[in-house]
Design a binder for this molecule. Structure first.
Ligand code: G4P
Length: 529
């Protein structure tokens, strides 16, 4: 019976996303992981892809011009009998809502931190989304080949900046010029830097004699002191806490030199969870449930300019996907035949005929789907939990240059908002205000309105950077708060939001108006529905 075969296939699957601040080494680590899995032959492929001429459609012009990847994809490799999918989370200039949204489809996250810098701004934002979902977060402290912060200080930083307790699985021996290796606390082994030399330690661990002639006396003393400290005062290794995302296993290494990466990968595959049950509005769906179900977390537009097709990224949550199957779109109750489907691989798109829970597939869409939609063969109505609203930080007022194009403009805005390309608000003056997480979202918006809706627009940057929804029965009472540093807009459910110039303006507002209930973007679904 299909169920058992599925169970085996599901248990092999691992889907994760990498979160990091730009330049911490996400791309380099991804490349090394793919190399170990034999998915690509040489390092540089991931970066090369970003700069390559692979883009053929007009839509990809924007990518070529900017030399970046707007189209995120899944990179898959096999390692020790596990099928591992890395969801590409766009960073740098292409940071946007998609980066956040991808994290709703993964079962765990790997957080890459630059050992000289510690926790940085973008990591914090991405971490918040992962921690809200309660998924396990694995930390890879990178660039140990360079002078690094004290490792204990880095762990403290995780706790202070993110509120994330951690437990080190591997530990560095020196850094930069004094870097000599990595101690694997769980396997009781030391890997010697820039060699294949691995030392198996005895019962006494790093306090035994095995390291005496291999590690410099200074490094050995520091290592022993640190290990004594973390064994005495550090957190205990607790798999339950790890799986709940309440304790992060920490690894050290250098992605560039490919050192510490194998140790990380092997532990990661042991500890990270296979696809698990997912919440719906009426209970949970298990990956082994017979009926097919999945949700759309990303819609990619206009891959083929001749057809204007969109590609919807679907995370399968239960059952078996078979090409040509009929599914129901829960939101409308309409039936669709899924005849065009694709695996989303880094460098090629292959037609996919069957897939199981834990797989991500692309399905062609002629404008029927929205972000967050559930597709299923279940006879009962089923809705996966709505995707969170992500906090926009950039705002623009926008209007068509030619007022005769107002209809095209409205249609385009509505369509792009539906796709989740950008957040769209209105204000009391009948103006459209756009909210975005990254500037690229505005560029894409402008490009697509021109190319797909034949409408040139004028955008005017607004001086706001922080947003809060407001819980109120009387939105018109908010009018009194509007001034040069605070603006009222409404989302598509006509829920009021206040835009603030900056965090300081928000804090002052909150102090002066304690009776106004402000809700953060990530809490909107739970607080306002
Ligand atoms: P990102 O995707 O997180 O933005 O980072 P990416 O991997 O592109 O790495 C950013 C820079 O840091 C790159 O250098 C990369 O080579 C370097 N890097 C990554 N891992 C390590 C490491 O373990 N040690 C050291 N020393 N450097 C590391 P770049 O000069 O900006 O680019 P490139 O010219 O080397 O490609």
């Amino acid at each position: 019976m299909a169920l058992n075969t599925n169970l085996e296939a599901i248990n092999k699957r691992r889907i994760f996303g990498i979160i990091s601040h730009p330049d911490a080494g996400k791309t380099t680590l991804t490349e090394k992981l793919l190399l170990h899995g034999g998915a690509i032959r040489e390092a540089g492929t991931v970066k090369a892809r970003r700069n390559s001429k692979f883009a053929t459609s007009d839509w990809m012009e924007i990518e070529k011009q900017r030399g970046i990847s707007v189209t995120s994809s899944v990179m898959q490799f096999e390692y020790q009998n596990k099928i591992v999918s890395i969801m590409d989370t766009p960073g740098h200039n292409d940071f946007g809502e998609d980066t956040y949204r991808i994290l709703t489809s993964v079962d765990s996250a790997v957080m890459v931190i630059d050992a000289a810098k510690g926790v940085e701004a973008q990591t914090k934002k991405l971490f918040k989304v992962c921690s809200m979902r309660g998924i396990p977060i694995f930390t890879f402290i990178n660039k140990l080949d360079r002078q690094a912060k004290d490792p204990l200080e880095i762990l403290e930083d995780l706790e202070e900046a993110l509120g994330l307790p951690s437990v080190s699985v591997t530990w560095p021996i020196g850094s930069g010029l004094t870097f000599q290796g990595i101690y694997d606390r769980l396997k009781n082994k030391v890997y010697i830097y820039r060699t294949d030399y691995v030392i198996e330690l005895g019962e006494k661990g790093v306090f035994g004699d095995e390291l005496n002639d291999v590690i410099s006396p200074t490094n050995l003393e520091i290592l022993r002191n640190e290990i004594e400290l973390i064994e005495g005062a550090g957190n205990e290794f607790d798999m339950n806490q790890i799986l709940k995302g309440k304790l992060s296993p920490v690894f050290f290494g250098t992605a560039l030199v490919d050192f510490g990466v194998t140790a990380f990968l092997e532990h990661f595959l042991d500890m990270s969870p296979a696809p698990a049950a997912r919440k719906t509005t009426t209970g949970e769906v298990s990956p082994t449930d017979d009926f097919f179900s999945g949700f759309i977390f990303k819609i990619q537009a206009n891959m083929n300019p001749a057809h204007r097709d969109r590609l919807a990224f679907l995370r399968i949550c239960s059952g078996t996907f078979e090409r040509g199957m009929n599914v129901t779109l829960s939101r409308t109750g309409k039936q669709f035949k899924l005849s065009q489907s694709t695996m989303l691989m880094a460098n090629e798109r292959e037609t996919v005929d069957t897939a199981v829970a834990g797989d991500i597939i692309g399905i062609y869409d002629s404008g029927n789907y929205q972000i967050g939609d559930t597709l299923t063969t279940c006879k009962d109505k089923l809705f996966f939990e709505p995707l969170p609203t992500f906090p926009p930080e950039l705002f623009m007022r926008v209007r068509p240059i030619n007022s005769l194009k107002a209809k095209h403009f409205q249609k385009g805005v509505q369509q792009l908002a539906q796709e989740g390309a950008i957040q769209v608000y209105t204000n009391d003056y009948n103006e459209i205000v756009l909210g975005a997480v990254g500037v690229l979202q505005f560029e894409v918006f402008e490009y697509r309105l021109k190319n797909e809706y034949n409408c040139d627009i004028r955008m005017e940057s607004l001086n706001f950077s922080v947003v809060r929804w407001v819980k109120t029965d009387n939105p018109s009472s908010l009018k009194q708060y509007e001034n040069a540093r605070t603006m009222i807009v409404y989302d598509h459910f006509m829920r009021p939001l206040l835009l603030f110039a900056n965090q300081y303006t928000l804090n002052t507002f909150a102090e002066r108006n304690e009776d106004v209930v402000l809700v953060e973007a990530l809490d909107v679904e739970s607080e306002l529905n």
